[in-house]
Design a protein around this ligand. Structure first.
Ligand code: SF4
Ligand code: SF4
Length: 102
């Protein structure tokens, strides 16, 4: 039996589909947003807020799709996600701070 042509898998293109905003001073560092993000975008900051909590930062912003699940799980309304209108949008290198604040 002849082997069927196997098409190469298309490369997964990382798109910048959305982003998050974090109100760092409202965060209590529970980590729900980090735990439940489906694409594992977030990690804790190295810095503390004024209450002594680490807050979430975008570690892999290219993976964020703006679904706002992080916002839905946050008990303190400290984070929310938004979708970009232009899915081809890509921030300039170095433009986004890992410890970005609102
Ligand atoms: S908006 Fe969605 S993909 Fe982006 S960080 Fe929040 S949960 Fe993750
Ligand atoms: S779910 Fe809200 S309070 Fe908990 S770490 Fe994330 S932003 Fe902070």
């Amino acid at each position: 039996m002849e082997q069927a042509d196997v098409k190469p898998k298309p490369k997964k293109v990382l798109k910048y589909l959305g982003t998050t905003f974090v109100k760092t001073e409202l965060c209590k560092g529970c980590g729900f947003c980090i735990e439940f993000c489906p694409t594992k975008v977030l990690e804790f900051s190295k810095a503390f807020n004024s209450k002594g909590y680490h807050y979430p930062v975008m570690a892999y912003e290219e993976l964020c799709n703006g679904c706002d699940l992080c916002g839905l799980y946050c008990p303190d309304f400290a984070i929310f996600g938004v979708k970009y209108n232009n899915p081809e949008y890509k921030p300039a290198a170095g433009a986004a701070s890992k410890d970005g604040q609102v």
